[in-house]
Design a protein around this ligand. Structure first.
Ligand code: PMP
Length: 358
């Protein structure tokens, strides 16, 4: 059976070797006689998987030893709520860099419960750029930003420079795609379904500051203090998802860690942007210095041709290229696991498409 070129924004393509390991683990996991999804989350077998997932993430990202790691459920969307609930007491506020839909949803959640302010909002230019500087509110407890905007295709190259103010980052669509300075962050969260594994697992990395802010005594499922105390095992975690994530992290380590991922991602994105820039037939959505290496947003000269592109690409085995409905146009999501050969196939399809319709 052949696999299509998968450019979906998430859930997204996983390394084939990982998918094969998952498939083999389903009926009988590690010769236990029990299938991967049929194991107790309290068994020594699963405990080893869970610990290995955490250790690998710590090694790959260089997470400081006094930071804590959780694999929770509820997606990044639940973290919009949990960060607000745990990090802000009544009367406290947070600043947000609004680079698009996801950051705005995080801000909405803070405003629903506490108080929050857009320190910068890219709405006027249709979220095609990032701030050059940000004026934060002296009262703000933290600054929230989205490292990579999945929908508009913008990506911070470095964390925003806001002095001592703690940074809270949604890294759902670029975690483990390149090295990051974890110690510069108060809290990081990322839904797994782009770079880490399947949906249904969310990595949360908490600094001592975040744990100190979390007051405890909250609804248990939403309480960072309690979840850390229970190592994320307050209730039944997504055991399948955590194993899949552990295997994806093993794959990252095997192929050369984040140094290799950086090179691989830069090469893929470079090839695609070079094609977009080569001809006036294509136009990119994000301004050049804000371009994402994970989600490449672009369009043909007309919406009709965009639709045609998506249809013809799909028929040629290149899937998931339709832009998000709020931007239109086209989007190629080329996360870690997207093979360079898929990008080569896309570039060559684009050249043929332009030759026919240009
Ligand atoms: N943040 C970002 C940057 C995202 O791309 C997404 C999903 N595409 C979300 C948050 C929401 O994630 P989830 O569906 O896991 O709640």
């Amino acid at each position: 059976m052949s696999r299509a070129h998968n450019f979906s924004a998430g859930p997204a393509v996983l390394p084939l070797s990982v998918v094969e390991q998952l498939s083999a683990a389903l009926p009988n996991f590690q010769d236990t006689g029990l299938g991967l999804m049929e194991l107790s989350h309290r068994s020594p077998t699963f405990d080893a998987v869970h610990r290995s997932a955490e250790e690998r993430l710590r090694r790959i990202l260089g997470i400081p030893s006094d930071y804590r790691v959780l694999f929770l459920q509820g997606g990044a969307s639940l973290q919009f709520h949990m960060t607000a609930l745990n990090l802000l007491s009544e009367g406290e506020s947070a600043d947000f860099i609004v680079t698009g839909t996801w950051a705005k949803k995080g801000l909405d959640e803070v405003q629903r419960m506490r108080s929050g302010r857009a320190a910068w909002d890219g709405k006027d230019t249709h979220y095609d750029r990032l701030p050059t500087s940000v004026q934060t509110d002296p009262q703000a407890q933290y600054l929230h930003y989205t490292t990579n905007n999945t929908i508009y295709g913008t990506q911070f190259k470095t964390p925003p420079n806001v002095g001592e103010l703690p940074l809270v980052a949604d890294m759902s669509s670029d975690i483990c795609s390149r090295p990051i300075d974890v110690a510069a962050h108060g809290l990081i969260y990322a839904g797994a379904q782009k770079n880490l594994g399947p949906s249904g697992v969310t990595a949360v990395i908490l600094s001592p500051w975040a744990l100190e802010k979390s007051p405890g005594g909250l609804t248990p499922m939403l309480d960072y203090t309690l979840q850390v105390e229970k190592r994320g095992l307050f209730n039944t975690p997504n055991t399948f998802g955590i194993y899949a994530l552990e295997r994806v992290l093993a794959w990252i380590e095997e192929v050369g860690g984040l140094a290799h991922m950086t090179q691989r991602n830069q090469a893929k994105a470079g090839a695609l942007y070079a094609e977009i820039d080569r001809s006036d037939f294509w136009s990119g959505h994000a301004v050049r210095d804000a371009r994402s290496e994970m989600n490449v947003t672009f369009r043909t000269p007309t919406p009709d041709l965009d639709t045609r592109f998506v249809q013809e690409a799909d028929a040629a085995g290149l899937k998931g290229l339709k832009g998000h409905r709020s931007v239109g146009g086209l989007r190629a999501s080329i996360y870690n696991a997207c093979p360079p050969s898929s990008v080569d196939a896309l570039v060559s399809f684009m050249q043929d498409f332009e030759a026919t319709h240009g």
